[in-house]
Design a binder for this molecule. Structure first.
Ligand code: UDP
Ligand code: MN
Length: 360
């Protein structure tokens, strides 16, 4: 299979359906190829397979690190044009005790499906993992990938401070955060960078597809015409976009009041102008509200980009220890409000996220 680049040109803009490495290979028919579910046997379903990651690592280990994925973008995405000169990005991937094959597949998918000139570097940030495979073996493996750097925290920091360590070291014009168990789909990157190049205060999120934690089948989330919101308990949810705000063309970027939090790209300097993340946030939880509200309050915007798709393995359960217990996560979600948001702002955002038109 070769990397192909089908150019459609416009004035200063082009659509390069590039680097469709393996995707265009109809011949890829092995386990999990084309994002198909792996045929599980009873012995694959044992608890041991899930214990360390909350997803079935036995299955992951038997699927190619370069597996092909189905191109499930809206048809119109194939006609969209992007600026010929786009900013480059550092890809930041924090991990804590991630499985070998799931971490490597994340890196492979990014390098396989991105135009090389747009990837400044890939920064893997180890949040104090204790698994042997993430030490020398990982460093040895990554020697063959000159764009990949490995940083390590000195103690368990949690997702937020781990991301900040990566962001502080990043050199790219844009920083793109991914989880350590993702698969970037065809032409995922230019649609994100294009929006940032048009307005540097735009934070962009890809559509997050679901990689099944049992069989690794790749599928879209239920209901695509949804946007981010949260309920009175601060749980993030996606609710339908009101009919009057829906675009005629489903491949158009649309505004979102709050982001899901895990996967997004942001202009590096703008991220720091926003103050990065609150460093008092523990493990994970709440950081997506903090960054979302700061974006709105500082005159920025947030968008979901339908033509950019990235798969994520949603775990069956949280496999790692959370220092201070799982309550820390709920505490984290509220911390932001006690420290930075007035009640008036809170109500504004709550109603905005549920009903109002984005008029900022
Ligand atoms: N992570 C981390 N430190 C932690 C917990 C999580 O670096 O203490 C990483 C983890 O490896 C993943 C990301 O943060 O890349 C998000 O965590 P997770 O995937 O567990 O959250 P979920 O997607 O299940 O909500
Ligand atoms: Mn995750």
């Amino acid at each position: 299979c070769r990397k192909d680049c089908i150019m459609t040109a416009g004035v200063g803009r082009s659509a390069c359906e590039h680097w469709r490495l393996l995707l265009s290979c109809a011949a890829s028919t092995g386990n999990g190829e084309q994002g198909k579910p792996f045929p599980l046997t009873e012995s694959d379903r044992v608890d041991q397979a899930y214990r360390e990651n909350g997803f079935n690592i036995y299955v992951s280990d038997r699927i190619s690190l370069n597996r092909s994925l189905p191109d499930i973008r809206h048809e119109n995405c194939k006609q969209r044009l992007y600026a010929e000169k786009l900013p480059n990005t550092s890809i930041i991937i924090p991990f804590h005790n991630e499985g070998w094959s799931s971490l490597l597949r994340t890196v492979h998918s990014v390098l396989n499906r991105s135009p090389p000139q747009l990837i400044a570097e890939v920064i893997l940030v180890d949040d104090f993992s204790d698994k042997e495979h993430l030490k020398v073996a990982l460093e040895e493996y990554m020697k063959r990938m000159p764009k990949v750097r490995i940083l390590r925290t000195k103690k368990r920091e949690g997702l937020i401070r781990t991301r900040l360590l990566g962001a502080a070291a990043a050199k790219g014009e844009v920083i793109t955060f991914l989880d350590s168990h993702c698969e970037a789909n065809v032409n995922w990157l230019p649609p994100l960078l294009d929006r940032i190049s048009q307005n540097r205060k735009t934070i962009v999120c890809p559509m997050i597809d679901v990689i099944d934690h049992d069989n690794f089948g790749y599928d879209t989330q239920a209901g695509d015409a949804m946007r981010g919101a949260f309920d009175w308990e601060m749980y993030y949810k996606r609710i339908p976009i009101p009919a009057e705000l829906q675009k005629n063309d489903p491949s158009e970027p649309f505004e979102s009041p709050v982001m899901a939090g895990g996967l997004f790209a942001v202009d590096r300097k703008w991220f720091w102008e926003l103050g990065g993340y609150d460093t008092g946030l523990e493990i994970w939880g709440g950081e997506q509200y903090e960054i979302s509200f700061k974006v709105w309050m500082c005159g920025g915007r947030m968008e979901d980009i339908p033509c950019s798709r990235v798969g994520h393995i949603y775990r069956k359960y949280v496999p790692y220890k959370v220092p201070g217990g799982i309550n820390t996560l709920r505490h984290s979600a509220f911390r932001f409000f006690f420290t930075s948001v007035s009640p008036k702002e809170f109500f504004f955002f709550f109603f905005f996220s549920h009903t109002a038109k984005p008029v900022l």
